[in-house]
Design a protein around this ligand. Structure first.
Ligand SMILES: [Zn+2]
Ligand SMILES: [Zn+2]
Length: 276
């Protein structure tokens, strides 16, 4: 029964927020309400993404507690300097991955922009080692990958072009590239995750909107990356999964389709990628 009249036009759709961090403040204190509010507007599923060992552990706990949350496990590239014992960390992630609710390795990747500056060559090397080791782990566990890539496209594509990684499946989350980078990602069979960036009015986000138009709906996931990056009209406030509706709306208007079609296709894409 979904035609109770309670739901508005948006509410009868099922949206999948493919990337949230409910373990971060201020969401961590009110997970129950956040999940319920999302559900009421049609955001019926979400993936909580680990960025650190602690966050990965919390992701599994949340996923085991809530039937409509799944978990991704990984060490964010900015953890590279703080992760002195890589082998031990990977062993811990492997242990966590025994939960049935774990659907991906991520977020992992390369991010050469930290604290508003480009990082040193030494730190780039550490990030690459961390990324490479976690790609091997994804292959070993036969899990898809949630990629985080910022200011590091050449090195990213070079690594995932290595022969042993050619079968890796995954999504580039919070896509910040242009049409050309989007086409390159599609060539590697990757999906593209778009956030509230697509709703930000300034022209410096136009290239991301151009990428939305280039990528077919069959290859797009939507996400909030909550609590960061709240879309318009909530920009500047803490983000939450309920707001992924705004990302879907903007993508629908950019593509000239109904928002229901965006909801249906992105939900299917997410379920298919993560085998949910
Ligand atoms: Zn990220
Ligand atoms: Zn994230």
């Amino acid at each position: 029964m979904h035609c109770s009249g309670y739901f508005n036009k948006i509410g009868i759709m099922n949206l999948f927020d493919s990337h949230v961090h409910l373990d971060y403040e201020p969401l961590a204190n009110e997970v129950g309400q956040v999940v319920e509010k999302a559900y009421k507007v049609g955001v019926t599923r979400m993936i909580n993404v680990g960025a650190s060992l602690r966050g990965s552990g919390r992701s599994v706990e949340l996923a085991e507690q809530y039937p409509n949350i799944w978990a991704a496990l990984g060490l964010h590239p900015h953890e590279a300097e703080a992760a002195p014992n890589l082998d031990l960390s990977l062993e811990k992630i492997k242990g966590l991955a025994r939960s049935d609710k774990v659907v991906a390795i991520g977020e992992i990747g390369l991010d050469y922009f930290k604290d508003q500056v480009l990082i040193s060559r030494q730190e780039k090397k550490l990030q690459k080692e961390l990324f490479w080791a976690q790609l091997k782990l994804a292959l070993e566990l036969d899990l898809p990958v949630v990629f985080h890539v910022r200011e590091a496209w050449d090195d990213f594509f070079e690594i995932i072009s290595e022969d042993e990684f050619k079968d890796i499946r995954g999504v580039i989350h919070c896509f910040t590239g242009d049409e050309k980078i989007a086409r390159e990602a599609l060539k590697h069979n990757l999906l593209i995750g778009f956030t509230g960036f697509v709703t930000f009015a300034q022209s410096k986000f136009d290239h991301i909107r151009a990428a939305v138009k280039t990528v077919s709906l069959e290859r797009i996931l939507i996400e909030t990356d909550a609590p960061f990056l709240a879309p318009e009209p909530y920009r500047g406030k803490p983000n939450e999964p309920a707001y992924v509706v705004e990302v879907a709306r903007k993508i629908a208007s950019l593509k000239g389709v109904e928002v229901a079609e965006v909801a249906e296709k992105t939900t299917n894409n997410t379920k298919k990628l993560f085998n949910i």
